[in-house]
Design a protein around this ligand. Structure first.
Ligand SMILES: [Zn+2]
Length: 408
């Protein structure tokens, strides 16, 4: 090997070493993954159920605002105010009346400029207010107002965390995070079904801005965009107050038409304590109302337990009327009689026809147990551990475009 060839060899070696060092210092960027793809914060709609009907609503906006026609593609501006708004929103024989403005249009949007909150009666709400006029046989006008908010998913989740798990316990962060992820997942699941979310227990309790806490805000921010997924879709991440010793199987409890592995139910002995035992008296009139609802006759002769799951929860109850009987899901009876849970331990008939129920737990029992989640949080569990306990085999994933595509 001559001098020139040796020199070329050393040069090549030096270049190779420099290239290797550059790979170590500046590695090639990894292809985008679900974890690095941008998070989505889709717009959602939530109905303000307490403001249904025709009672005038006191509306207040402090800054400038606009009223739009939602039935036009570009949401045509109908009216704008610069000096704030303070006045009644009402439905009259003529149509919608807001302050001095009247219209016969059936779908309006009221928005405050600059993302300000709107005050409706005594409470402040974020987002844009949709005002719809719908047919209503029970109203003297034959129609009534339906109000809903249009707002980003993350703002909605914050209102749900404060509505569903109000707490001042300092160690509640992981439980609040788990609640935020469950609420976000449930919202996507419902929206995937094309349903408008309700702000009450029909879906998830959503509170006004007045009840937002810094603790809840921190939990929503820490879990921003995180959702539970199962079988490629958002998990219907149901939750309830107290499982009373074990969570319910969603399929057995008639919450799902198909078996959902993460909602098969888990045992939780720590929730079955004497302190959790409840007793509730149901009047004879309410029992008879149940018989009439199921067309069994004018009065209810008895209730009998038909099927119990592994957590001790009733699945089917037999309602016995004077001549006929029917087996119904226990959760339907719980809802109709306003019982705390379907973990009914005993039923005692009194001489006046009323019935004393005793049992454990609070709520439908499916999914995350809020009391249990709080206990796990206080004992140092992370939100991922809490979710893995109540929704085993569900995946915790960021909400990216592929999940958002599931929305209608
Ligand atoms: Zn529990």
């Amino acid at each position: 090997m001559n001098h020139q060839a040796r020199s070329l060899g050393w040069t090549l070696l030096l270049l190779l070493a420099l290239w290797a060092a550059s790979r170590l210092l500046f590695p090639t960027a990894a292809p985008p993954t679900a974890a690095t793809a941008p998070l989505c914060n889709p717009t959602i709609f939530v109905e303000l159920t307490a403001l249904r009907g025709n009672a005038p609503i006191d509306v207040e906006i402090t800054g400038s605002w606009r009223l739009r026609n939602a039935n036009t593609p570009a949401e045509q501006e109908l009216h704008a105010g610069s000096g704030g708004l303070r006045g009644p929103l009402a439905l009259t024989t003529i149509g919608i009346q807001l302050e001095a403005y009247r219209t016969k249009l059936s779908h309006l949007i009221l928005e405050a400029d600059g993302n300000q909150a709107l005050r409706l009666n005594t409470y402040l709400y974020p987002g844009r207010l949709h005002i719809r006029v719908v047919s209503d046989d029970r109203s003297a006008l034959g129609k009534s107002m339906r109000l809903s908010l249009e707002l980003p998913l993350e703002d909605y989740v914050l209102g749900v965390v404060c509505g569903e798990m109000a707490t001042m316990v300092p160690q509640a962060h992981a439980a609040l995070c788990a609640q935020a992820i469950a609420a976000r997942s449930y919202a996507l699941y419902r929206l995937g079904q094309g349903r408008l979310l309700k702000d009450n227990t029909g879906d998830q309790v959503f509170t006004s801005t007045d009840f937002i806490t810094e603790q809840a805000r921190a939990a929503v921010l820490a879990t921003r965009g995180l959702v539970l997924r199962w079988d490629g879709e958002p998990l219907p991440a149901f939750f309830h107050a107290n499982c009373g010793g074990g969570t319910a199987n969603a399929f057995d409890a008639a919450f799902s038409p198909v078996a959902i592995a993460p909602l098969a139910g888990v045992l939780e002995a720590a929730c079955r304590t004497p302190l959790g035992l409840w007793e509730q008296t149901v009047t004879a009139a309410d029992l008879d109302g149940l018989a009439q609802r199921y067309q069994l006759g004018s009065w209810l002769k008895a209730i009998a337990i038909q099927a119990v799951d592994s957590s001790g929860r009733q699945l089917q109850l037999r309602l016995i009327g004077p001549a006929e009987h029917i087996d119904v899901p226990a959760d339907a009876v719980r809802a109709a009689l306003h019982l705390p849970s379907t973990q009914i331990e005993d039923m005692q008939r009194l001489a006046d026809g009323s019935l004393i129920f005793t049992g454990y737990g609070s709520g439908h029992g499916v999914g995350l147990c809020q009391n249990g989640a709080m206990r796990l949080s206080i004992n140092g569990a992370t939100y991922a551990e809490i979710l893995a306990h109540y929704y085993p085999s569900a995946q915790l994933v960021p909400l990216t475009a592929d999940l958002e595509l599931l929305l209608p």
